[in-house]
Design a protein around this ligand. Structure first.
Ligand SMILES: [Zn+2]
Ligand SMILES: [Zn+2]
Length: 64
């Protein structure tokens, strides 16, 4: 992964892009809200994204 600034949504949709902008996910609570600049190098985004929701989504997938 390159070390460069990226932009993430903290609304729980897990969106991230390489360019500034707003959340594109229509189902996201932060749809249309500005993305947050992040320069992490491990893909964890310093915990800025809603990791609990990610874990819950995984749980639901396991229950299928
Ligand atoms: Zn979002
Ligand atoms: Zn990041």
């Amino acid at each position: 992964m390159k070390h460069m600034t990226h932009y993430i949504c903290t609304g729980g949709c897990g969106g991230s892009t390489d360019v500034p902008g707003v959340c594109q996910a229509e189902t996201c609570p932060k749809h249309g809200a500005p993305l947050t600049a992040c320069d992490c190098t491990d893909g964890e985004h310093f915990g800025l994204q809603d990791l609990h929701k990610t874990e819950k989504d995984k749980e639901e997938e396991n229950n299928k």
